[in-house]
Write a protein that binds this ligand. Structure first.
Ligand code: MN
Length: 131
């Protein structure tokens, strides 16, 4: 465990706390934002190893934020995992089609969540292949 920095973008305080607690317990460092706009600023400034992105956020959506991350050379290569309450199949397809590197539905299953985070962090840099 290298203590990689993970950015959590999530507007629900309970969900944010759960992700933070699980990740810190697992040995990662975390930073947080409750809006996409602030998340983009943090991503540019802190260069996290992974971003966990809620989809439904006040203001800019997680899907729009992903597009902005990908369009910026400073953040284009950071893996981004969608974490969303939308469990319906067509929502999942829409989210993956948007170009996210992974997907976890809320409420998170802690074991699956940690495995998904680890898999994305272990992926070779500059990957971009299937998660
Ligand atoms: Mn939300």
């Amino acid at each position: 465990m290298a203590g990689e920095l993970i950015l959590i973008v999530e507007d629900n305080e309970k969900n944010r706390k759960l992700a933070r607690d699980v990740l810190q317990f697992t040995g990662y460092r975390t930073i947080e934002s409750d809006t996409a706009e602030e998340g983009l600023r943090l991503a540019q400034a802190e260069h996290p190893a992974l971003i966990l992105m809620d989809i439904q956020l006040p203001g800019m959506s997680g899907i729009e934020a992903l597009g902005r991350l990908r369009a910026d050379p400073r953040t284009a290569a950071i893996p981004v995992m969608a974490v969303t309450a939308s469990a319906m199949t067509h929502d999942r397809q829409k989210i993956m089609a948007a170009g996210f590197d992974g997907y976890q539905s809320k409420p998170i299953n802690v074991k699956e969540f940690v495995q998904a985070v680890r898999a994305l962090l272990d992926r070779p840099a500059g990957g971009g292949g299937p998660a």
